[in-house]
Ligand binder design. Structure first.
Ligand SMILES: CCCCCCC[C@H](O)CC(=O)SCCNC(=O)CCNC(=O)[C@H](O)C(C)(C)COP(=O)([O-])OP(=O)([O-])OC[C@H]1O[C@@H](n2cnc3c(N)ncnc32)[C@H](O)[C@@H]1OP(=O)([O-])[O-]
Ligand SMILES: NC(=O)c1ccc[n+]([C@@H]2O[C@H](COP(=O)([O-])OP(=O)(O)OC[C@H]3O[C@@H](n4cnc5c(N)ncnc54)[C@H](O)[C@@H]3O)[C@@H](O)[C@H]2O)c1
Length: 719
């Protein structure tokens, strides 16, 4: 709703009231229509101010309404009525003015913002465009290049930048509503014609065609199949080339296409999923809203290799004091240099001072005695980690949380080696840890709710998408990756090439296919794991039996490449070839193709034609099937958790919503049918055997994703 008051005798003050972000629901739109009319028809009112309650102007259209039949007054005529008003209307912007919220403000004649406010048109990130006139008014106000940048990226700008761009007329450090009322009084009676943005022509821009061509190319490259950024460019082009009314018509047409697209549904699902994972729960019944995190002022990182360095940077950037411990002197010196460099570059980008003094380096574990939380990132070796955890338990003050960054070891086993297992959780970061958005917070059966709450809160402070998951081999992300990679290997055996597999996955929207990714992260990583699992058998055995290990189909292709010293980019050779070790441009390698030919011949395999469809079905459905197992095992609380993990940590294209959402879109019956089909063809591949949850869901009529919970058993913290 919207509340109306008369202030300073002759200013009509309209306050949007719809907590928490004053989204423009039907009731709010109706409230605005009514109160604007009331203010305009009151002869005592000389000007009008629109603000939002609780320090936030407006978070835009109510996204929850998009899934239903929209009722209430539409936004476009409502904003048009404000712009056409014969009394000045001033927007008082505190907190956020986003999407429809900024479009509403652009319909006002003046905009006053608090210095801490953020403004933007983020519709593109929801698969939409600013379709309440934003795509037509913003270019008229700030010019085509700046509007293109804001609308195609959806980025939020600070009040200072908004002032510089000309989006707002004044910025205040004081009470915004008071400033806006004062301003409204000062402009009462002035001509409003120059303030009606829709009546302006777009500022002239030389080489308009070249500009649009360039931006379109850039957008197509970075959008990786997303349609909204392209529609955003088209809408701004309409603003630049057509009269306002025709531009609005184009905006409407483009929005109509986007609004009902699967991509918009997927992106809006992601928006809510990212918020839903914050409402975590544990098998014990402990939950986000009943578990109080411990304050963390000082943290420690043990082991300053690849991961420890990034984790130190991520912690220091949140303003924490960090004790960074590394036993090897040379490593310590190198780490200090690398961490300082990362902090300096990060601070420069964000325009703040680098937190160099926030990090204290030591070779001695005793230095962590008074920290509140430790993150261990030493080598992936259970004996070493156990020793480190025992040392930490002896050294740290009582109550210090002990977190491990292990990728695959048993968090619960580590916990059981300490006197206080309730203080132990996994904090599984992804490389590079100061950049990658994802954090899996892994709880064991004995982890306390407080430990989980603390790790989740710290993750949020570091700007991570933090997801609480149970303890099992590979946790959620890496566990699902295993069948995906295995299927890719099997496809090579059957006739595919790394190029074909990668192309299919990249066209689907992954930034990198499985083989380019494997070259980047190093083939030796998986080799070490497979050796540890007793799967790697040296030798030249041939035939089908050589490819069955531990009772199931196994492809030794990755091991054979490692035996050749082909570890990927770092050695200049892997699934592709590179100009030199460390170089990043992958080129097709004829050696690899003849190696695959010889391998197939040795094992009696006949190459067949494999198309993109099969690549996608085999790799993605195997991954999704594991996701269903994970849900059934209770390792992830819901499909949103899995989807957030895949979108923020594994390059799953956001406009496809995540693997579980994608399965829902494709249709669960179809996924089941294809898995059954491939399982019949490859009976020795257990991960193609459809999960019982998938079968149950299909049997119960394939309920929509938000109803899957009813078919899922209770949460577990361990398999
Ligand atoms: C054909 C039809 C024509 C239509 C015309 C088009 C109009 C327009 O162009 C389209 C739009 O405006 S598109 C919209 C463009 N606008 C955007 O994209 C802005 C989206 N919002 C944001 O970016 C952030 O919420 C803020 C920065 C506003 C606050 O951040 P913060 O302080 O960290 O808070 P938080 O944790 O993020 O959210 C708190 C709670 O509020 C919820 N909620 C939030 N916004 C909502 C909304 N618009 N709606 C509903 N709910 C919304 C959120 O889900 C959460 O509830 P939950 O129960 O926990 O899930
Ligand atoms: N590299 C990745 O992509 C990645 C991703 C997620 C998780 N992880 C996990 O993070 C952990 C660290 O991996 P990494 O890649 O950073 O390893 P790394 O080999 O780069 O670094 C490990 C560091 O720990 C130091 N160290 C060993 N024993 C120590 C001790 N007792 N005290 C202090 N320092 C000690 C080593 O000197 C080395 O500098 C592993 O458990 C790994 O599984 C790695």
């Amino acid at each position: 709703m919207a509340e109306y008051n008369r202030v300073s005798e002759c200013v009509g003050l309209i306050t949007l009231r719809n907590p928490p972000v004053n989204a423009l629901s039907a009731a709010v739109r109706q409230g605005i229509v009514d109160t604007v009319q009331r203010a305009l028809s009151d002869p005592n009112v000389k000007s009008v101010v629109i603000c939002g309650q609780n320090g936030i102007f407006c978070g835009g259209a109510d996204i929850k309404e998009f899934g239903s039949n929209m009722t209430g007054p539409p936004l476009i005529p409502m904003i048009h009525a404000i712009e056409s008003a014969n009394k000045p209307v001033v927007a008082a912007i505190e907190g956020s003015a986003l999407g429809g919220g900024l479009e509403l403000a652009l319909g006002c004649h003046y905009r006053i913002a608090h210095s801490k406010a953020r403004l933007g048109l983020p519709e593109v990130s929801l698969g939409l465009l600013p379709a309440a006139g934003g795509s037509q008014r913003l270019p008229r106000l700030i010019g085509v290049p700046a509007a293109l940048n804001l609308i195609t990226t959806g980025r939020h700008v600070t009040a200072a930048e908004a002032l510089q761009l000309g989006i707002v007329d004044q910025v205040t450090d004081h009470n915004t509503v008071d400033a806006a009322v004062k301003f409204a009084l000062s402009v009462a009676g002035r001509s409003l014609d120059p303030r009606r943005i829709s009546t302006h022509p777009c500022p002239q821009q030389p080489d308009l065609d070249a500009l649009f061509e360039e931006v379109m190319q850039k957008v197509r490259q970075s959008a990786r199949g997303a349609i909204a950024p392209i529609a955003c460019v088209q809408a701004v082009r309409a603003a630049a080339t057509l009269p306002y009314a025709q531009g609005m018509e184009r905006e409407r047409e483009l929005m109509a296409t986007l609004f009902t697209s699967g991509q918009a549904r997927a992106l809006q699902y992601c928006f809510f999923a990212e918020r839903a994972v914050g409402r975590w729960r544990m098998p014990s019944g402990a939950r986000w809203d009943t578990s109080k995190p411990r304050p963390v002022h000082k943290a420690a990182v043990i082991g300053l290799g690849t991961m420890g360095r990034g984790i130190t940077v991520a912690l220091a950037q949140t303003g924490l004091s960090v004790i960074a411990v590394e036993t090897q002197e040379k490593q310590l010196m190198e780490a200090k240099q690398a961490i300082s460099g990362m902090l300096e570059r990060g601070a420069k980008r964000r325009g703040v001072a680098p937190a160099l003094d926030g990090v204290i380096y030591s070779q001695n574990i005793q230095a962590v005695a008074d920290v509140d939380l430790v993150i261990e990132a030493v080598f992936e070796d259970i004996a070493l980690k156990t020793k480190v955890f025992q040392q930490l338990s002896a050294v740290c003050k009582p109550g210090t949380l002990l977190c491990t960054n292990t990728s695959a070891l048993d968090v619960d086993q580590l916990a059981s080696e300490t006197p206080n297992p309730e203080l132990v959780v996994g904090m599984h970061f992804f490389a590079p840890a100061h950049v990658m958005k994802l954090l899996e917070v892994v709880y064991g059966p004995r982890s306390s709710p407080q430990a989980v709450a603390t790790a989740m809160q710290l993750g949020k402070k570091m700007g991570k998408a933090s997801v609480a998951v149970g303890n099992c081999r590979g946790f959620v992300g890496n566990r699902m990756l295993k069948p995906y990679i295995e299927e890719a290997f099997f496809l090579l055996e059957e006739g595919a090439t790394p190029e074909l597999v990668d192309q299919a996955l990249e066209e689907f929207g992954f930034p990198m296919g499985v083989f380019r990714m494997s070259d980047l992260s190093g083939l030796d990583v998986g080799w070490r794991v497979r050796k540890g699992d007793g799967l790697v058998e040296p030798g030249t055995a041939s035939g089908r039996s050589a490819r069955i290990r531990q009772g199931r189909r196994y492809s030794p292709l990755g091991d054979l490449l490692c035996e050749e010293g082909r570890f990927g980019q770092k050695t200049g050779r892997g699934w592709y070839q590179y100009d030199k070790p460390g170089s990043r441009v992958a080129r097709s390698d004829p050696w690899l193709h003849s190696f695959l030919g010889a391998y197939r011949a040795q094992h009696g395999l006949v190459a067949r034609r494999i198309d993109h469809q099969e690549v996608l079905e085999r790799c993605l459905y195997a991954l999704i099937n594991e996701g269903f197992h994970i849900l059934d095992d209770g390792i992830a609380a819901g499909p949103e958790d899995i989807d957030v993990i895949y979108v923020s940590g594994y390059g799953w294209p956001r406009h496809r919503g995540g693997p579980m959402f994608y399965a829902n879109m494709v249709g669960l019956a179809k996924v089941l049918e294809r898995l059954e089909h491939y399982q019949q063809l490859h009976p020795e591949v257990p991960h193609l055997q459809p999960s019982s949850l998938l079968r149950r869901l299909v049997a119960s009529g394939s309920p929509p994703i938000h109803k899957w919970g009813e078919a899922i058993k209770k949460l577990h913290s361990q398999l």
